[in-house]
Ligand binder design. Structure first.
Ligand code: AMP
Ligand code: MG
Length: 344
């Protein structure tokens, strides 16, 4: 995360639409926001769209302030600088930490929010990229252990030499919060894009499903396909999202494997998770990316409640059976539909 977040709001538009009845003017309101180190867009349709979008923007900035790893007023800063003592945090922070703890267990440690010092060593937090030595990584990894984070009532603590960051989960949680705001404003149709994390409320105003593009990890300016969804989060973790090329010509990306503190390279270049809860889908997409192809499929088989679109490093597309019918290919590539009771 950068030291300071630039906040810009631009491209706001309010456009009258006619409803099916013709006598009620509905509005569409759209806002671009830069927060949590990424570009975001919120779009809502309905009579109260303007208020819903304004409240959503305010909520994004509020959550950014709580979850920032660099803002000294944030909950995460307090936990990281709490010298091992419990600190009082918001309900939001408690909720995100609990999601991370659950996913840490369910992914056998693949999701590990205490890797922050290792991410710093690689320069992913500042953009001053470098390849740390094995020795340096090994020392930092000794303090990465999510099982030592405790969350109790309204307090959280981590051991003195540990630092956490919520980069893998915070945007999904933020998306869920925006969906709640939309519902409170009786919005039936909304779509948000939080730096590639898409969440939808209902369908389009005409009742049809939303179409969400899936980026081609081998050519990130184009799509491999689209999925049709209503009321779903579509959240992707990919090796193309943040990376640098080392002097050795190797590409190093921002999702680290807690097993060795290096960019996770377990057969996947992109994982998209489709499900109802943004926080869970966000935690899952990062965890499954680290788990790699076979473990990710096992994870899906035993969990339920979500679907996946996987792209392997050798260029194969894997679609789980519950999403295959909603997927439209835009690029020719070998693909396989994975069945729940198929162990191959
Ligand atoms: P995402 O884009 O949701 O996959 O999240 C990636 C971000 O999560 C990175 O930029 C890091 O801040 C953080 N991160 C990297 N590796 C891990 C990991 N294994 N577990 C948890 N967070 C991670
Ligand atoms: Mg994630």
């Amino acid at each position: 995360m950068k030291n300071t977040y630039i906040k810009i709001i631009s491209g706001i538009c309010v456009m009258p639409l006619l409803t099916a009845c013709g006598d009620h003017a509905e509005t569409v309101k759209s806002a671009d926001v830069f927060a949590m180190d990424t570009y975001m867009n919120i779009k809502a349709y309905g009579r109260d769209a303007e208020a819903a979008v304004a409240e959503s923007e305010a909520r994004i900035y509020e959550l950014e302030q709580m979850f920032s790893v660099t803002n000294e007023a944030s909950d995460i800063w307090s936990i990281n600088h709490g010298e091992g003592q419990p600190v009082t945090v918001s309900e939001d922070t408690v909720s995100v930490l609990q999601t991370a703890q659950t996913m840490h267990k369910e992914s056998s440690g693949a999701l590990c929010i205490s890797l922050y010092p290792v991410l710093c060593a690689w320069g992913f937090t500042t953009g001053e990229y470098r390849v740390p030595t094995d020795n340096e990584i090994a020392k930092l990894l000794k303090n990465a252990d999510d099982t030592l984070i405790s969350v109790k009532d309204q307090t959280a603590r981590c051991p003195e030499n540990m630092q956490i960051d919520l980069g893998a989960v915070a945007k999904g949680y933020t998306g869920d919060e925006i969906m709640e705001i939309m519902q409170a404003h009786h919005i039936n149709s909304a779509i948000i894009n939080l730096g590639g994390n898409v969440q939808t409320l209902g369908g389009k105003p005409d009742g049809s499903a939303w179409t969400v593009g899936i980026t081609d990890p081998f050519a990130p300016d184009s799509l491999i396909g689209t999925v049709s969804v209503t009321d779903k989060a579509v959240i992707t973790s990919g090796n193309y999202e943040r990376y640098f090329t080392g002097e050795d010509g190797v590409r190093y990306w921002h999702i680290l494997d807690p097993a060795d503190g290096c960019p996770a390279d377990n057969g996947l270049v992109s994982v998209t998770v489709i499900g109802a809860c943004g926080a869970e889908c966000d935690a899952l997409s990062t965890a499954l990316f680290v788990e790699g192809t076979e473990q990710a499929l096992q994870h899906w088989r035993k969990s339920g409640g979500f679907e996946m679109i996987l792209v392997t490093s050798d260029g194969e597309l894997l679609l789980t059976e519950g999403i295959a019918a909603d997927y439209t290919a835009k690029k020719e590539m070998p693909y396989r539909v994975v069945q729940r009771d198929d162990e191959s």
